[in-house]
Design a protein around this ligand. Structure first.
Ligand SMILES: Cc1cc2nc3c(=O)[nH]c(=O)nc-3n(C[C@H](O)[C@H](O)[C@H](O)COP(=O)(O)OP(=O)(O)OC[C@H]3O[C@@H](n4cnc5c(N)ncnc54)[C@H](O)[C@@H]3O)c2cc1C
Ligand code: FES
Length: 267
């Protein structure tokens, strides 16, 4: 895993929904990126020192491109949204462990995303779809993606192109009216393994549902981060077991994660 800083040129950037941007970078990092991993982008304004972590939404090694989808929430992401084709950005990465994709083999897979947790699951959905017909293929894949409302819907068509996709909205403006976990229960979805990313309450509810059914569930935790490379301890999560290195019930999301077996997290 490379933890170097490199400079990447922006090939294109567009607004997918209000305040949600789709950035495509020209970078050799595309060759090493795996679903569930992330990069951290530096701001050019030197008053904002820390790089901003963004999940990899997809990577095309042949084209040498990395796709990032992010929401503008503060000064850093605000700065990125003003960049356009031809501009450059400094990138730290590739970072994080990624989803254990080999565990999907022969299984009925459920992908569950909420809000800005949706982008990394598109990369995973594409990889699982590419595995079709090979020894590594899952038995079936269903994606359940939750959004606040129609105005904040994005990537739906990309998911439908590669997998069986169910959309939910909190306000009922499209798709299933309710949360992703409500949809999984109402539709009585049958699955052997879940991979997820989204807000903490969603992950907690999914982890609880999977624990009740004795189904393995991987969660990607997108908590606040600072250094992104394991030295500042600004991103710790509570774990059920004791870490062999630190001898406490803590783990660093940026290096040991961001993807964890939900049973290893203290919810
Ligand atoms: C592993 C990981 C993957 C992520 N992937 C995505 C993604 O694909 N799309 C997306 O829209 N957002 C993603 N985020 C959240 C994104 O990193 C923050 O929204 C972003 O850092 C906010 O920066 P800002 O300067 O605009 O906001 P500010 O609030 O001004 O940021 C101030 C500081 O807090 C940090 N910070 C603020 N919010 C977060 C947060 N939620 N997570 C981590 N650090 C934060 C910033 O990095 C910065 O150092 C991810 C976060 C993590 C940890
Ligand atoms: S962000 Fe510094 S240790 Fe994780």
């Amino acid at each position: 895993m490379s933890k170097n800083v490199s400079v990447a040129k922006i090939i294109k950037q567009s607004e997918l929904a209000e305040g949600i941007y789709d950035m495509v970078l020209d970078t050799p990092l595309s060759a090493e990126a795996a679903p569930g991993q992330f990069v951290a982008l530096y701001c050019s304004d030197s008053s904002r020192l820390l790089p901003r972590p963004i999940s990899i939404c997809s990577a095309d090694a042949a084209a040498g491109t990395l796709r990032l989808v992010y929401r503008v929430v503060g000064a850093g992401t605000g700065e990125f949204s003003k960049l356009s084709a031809g501009d450059s950005v400094r990138v730290l990465g590739v970072l994080g462990n990624g989803y254990p994709i080999d565990e999907a083999r022969d299984k009925k897979v459920l992908l569950v995303g909420g809000g800005l947790g949706v982008p990394p699951l598109l990369f995973l959905a594409k990889k699982l779809s590419e595995a079709a017909g090979s020894d590594a293929a899952p038995a079936a894949v269903t994606a359940v993606m939750g959004y606040r409302n129609l105005g904040l819907r994005f990537l739906s068509e990309d998911f439908s192109a590669v997998t069986n996709a169910i959309d939910t909205s909190d306000d009922g403006s499209f798709g299933f009216h309710g949360t992703v976990v409500d949809a999984i229960k109402a539709k009585d979805l049958n699955f052997d393994i879940a991979y997820s990313c989204g807000p903490l309450p969603m992950l907690r509810a999914l982890a609880s549902l999977c624990a009740d059914k004795n189904i393995k569930c991987y969660v990607s935790l997108e908590e606040r981060m600072a250094c992104g490379v394991g030295v500042c301890l600004g991103c710790v999560a509570k774990t059920t077991g004791v870490d062999a290195h630190s001898l406490v019930k803590n783990t660093r999301i940026c290096t040991e994660g961001p993807v964890f077996d939900s049973r290893d997290i203290e919810w």
